[in-house]
Ligand binder design. Structure first.
Ligand SMILES: [Zn+2]
Length: 422
């Protein structure tokens, strides 16, 4: 059953020297956002870039949002002319907003509808295991926010198998969700013939490779070629349906098929032929390019307009209450990131809030030291049952993925070699 384990120890191309951004708290071991779904794979890793002053690209990206570099009025006018070209007169769907019913997707869909007179179709790839608050927020998005929505729930048996493999092979239990979610929006846009898809913030906002001047995903042949040469067969647009080269959960699609998993059951996770998006002229825009994206303001907006509720309790591993709430497996995504890359959920939250000037770096460092790496105990039992792994096997797998450059053992416990400091 475990024959699909990686044979060599993983290092994911981690940087040789760990450093932390001088302005926020993010380390240079953060994978670029564009590789979030493929990362944790052994080859071809990309990490956030730092400039000569030791400041990360995400901080520079956010500075530009506030320091006058960007003419927001001009950008909004660009949005209005884009929407004017697409707005339907008869109320038929004219754009598509994928999302979970969290603060970002509520904000995007609602402002497009109410302020700009669009008719968004919303589409949702279900979490592995809905939390109560996640289900309630999702329902409120539709019923209070007022949207049509397609909720897709993948075959539970297949999704569990992929999640289990992704945990054991990549220590990335969220990979099947991320892949499915990415491809789902595009497939639905193609199916409904909706030429305009809106994502929330640009990937550059969190350290991706997208510059502040880029308003949409651009799927060039050169980009395709670079993905391929880096060994990423998992990108959600790939015109080679070669099942010997596409991996799900670290295992070849061809091998799943040999073991009797049906191609149809895997199809929700497989890439879409980019020729389809080209033929239908579907464009994928970042709303955050056109409108100044401030996560905390999205939260207030979605609470006011669509009944969005934060958790009464902070999420384990961090201090925040309003992001990534809907899946019981969320906590394990952040925890496994902490094991592999040496930073956890509190680091991501604090970095984002420092960049948006809600907290100081000093406060961020204190929050990281207090909460980062806290184990997601609350849903541990359910998670183990879901992936059908014993507690012993869980810890054994976690330890296999600790890289020596990040971790050392002191007495009987693992400690990080590098911690963020003032
Ligand atoms: Zn930074």
């Amino acid at each position: 059953m475990l024959s699909n384990q990686l044979s060599s120890p993983p290092h994911y191309g981690l940087p040789r020297q760990v450093t932390f951004c001088k302005k926020c708290v993010i380390p240079n071991t953060r994978p670029t956002a564009s590789n979030e779904y493929t990362h944790h794979h052994a080859r071809g890793h990309d990490y956030i870039s730092f400039d000569a002053d030791g400041v990360c690209s995400a901080c520079r990206f956010c500075e530009a949002k506030f320091d006058g570099t960007i003419d927001w009025l001009k950008r909004e006018n660009e949005l209005i002319s884009l929407l004017d070209r697409h707005r339907s007169r008869d109320g038929l769907y004219d754009c598509l907003v994928p999302g979970s019913g969290g603060k970002d997707s509520i904000y995007a869909s609602h402002i497009l509808k109410e302020k700009y007179g669009m008719h968004p179709l919303t589409v949702t790839w279900a979490p592995h295991l809905y939390t109560d608050i996640g289900w309630k927020n999702f329902q409120n998005w539709i019923h209070i926010g007022g949207f049509d929505n397609y909720l897709f729930t993948p075959n539970g048996e297949v999704h569990r198998l992929l999640t289990r493999n992704a945990f054991l092979n990549l220590l990335h239990p969220f990979q099947p969700f991320i892949l499915g979610q990415k491809t789902f929006a595009i497939k639905m846009a193609a199916r409904f013939g909706i030429p305009l898809v809106f994502y929330g913030p640009s990937p550059g906002e969190n350290g991706g490779n997208t510059p502040i001047t880029q308003n949409k995903y651009i799927f060039t042949d050169a980009q395709q070629a670079s993905y391929k040469s880096a060994g990423f067969r998992l990108d959600y647009i790939d015109d080679t349906a070669n099942y010997d080269q596409i991996y799900l959960g670290g295992k070849k699609v061809a091998d799943y098929l040999k073991e009797g998993v049906l191609e149809g059951s895997l199809s929700p996770y497989l890439p879409l032929d980019p020729r389809i998006t080209r033929e239908k002229n579907i464009e994928f825009h970042f709303l955050g390019y056109y409108l100044k994206w401030v996560p905390q303001e999205c939260y207030y907006y979605s609470a006011e307009h669509a009944g969005f509720e934060a958790n009464p309790m902070r999420s384990e591993g961090t201090y925040s209450k309003y992001s990534s709430l809907d899946d019981k497996i969320d906590g394990f995504f952040y925890y496994t990131t902490y094991i592999k890359f040496g930073y956890g959920r509190a680091t991501q939250d604090a970095a984002q809030e420092i960049r948006h000037r809600h907290i100081t770096r000093e406060e961020g460092v204190a929050l990281v030291n207090r909460f980062d790496g806290e184990f997601p105990q609350k849903y541990f039992k359910e998670f183990l049952e879901y992936i059908d792994v014993s507690e012993e096997k869980f810890w054994q797998t976690v330890d296999e993925f600790r890289d020596d450059s990040l971790w050392k053992k002191e007495r009987d416990s693992w400690v990080l070699r590098h911690k963020v400091a003032l």
